[in-house]
Design a protein around this ligand. Structure first.
Ligand code: 5GP
Ligand code: ZN
Length: 112
């Protein structure tokens, strides 16, 4: 398996896991750019938002509940945070396995 996030999801590569549901896993970014920098990824290897759109409404609900729960646990729910998904070259996506960055714990700059 060549994909780093597939390896993390299957437990073959260690990561600092903060939460998990049946379809998604949340772990700390290895190179954080803010005090809270969590990656939330589908356990299955997906590459595009269109593939995520094929998930059931329950699974998508599970995803947003997990993002909310992680923000709460990290103590950024009240202070604010940002959820970012980089797609493709122009967004400087490095890992092709679909993922959300949850960033917080400091005043973030403008998007762009
Ligand atoms: P992208 O630019 O693809 O949106 O972001 C990929 C993110 O994955 C980067 O922030 C990078 O630091 C993180 N990352 C890459 N490899 C690993 C790894 O092996 N473990 C963890 N925890 N994070 C990783
Ligand atoms: Zn993968």
């Amino acid at each position: 398996m060549a994909c780093t996030f597939c390896e993390i999801a299957s437990g073959n590569i260690p990561a600092s896991i903060v939460a998990e549901t049946s379809n998604f896993i949340a772990f700390r970014d290895i190179n954080p750019i803010s005090p809270t920098h969590i990656l939330v990824v589908p356990k299955k290897h997906l590459e595009s938002p269109a593939e995520l759109a094929s998930y059931s409404g329950e699974a998508v609900k599970e995803l947003f509940s997990l993002l909310d729960e992680v923000a709460d646990r990290e103590g950024v729910k009240e202070t604010g945070y940002r959820i970012v998904m980089n797609i493709g070259d122009d967004a400087k996506q490095e890992v092709l396995h679909l993922h959300f960055h949850l960033l917080g714990g400091r005043r973030l700059g403008s998007i762009g």
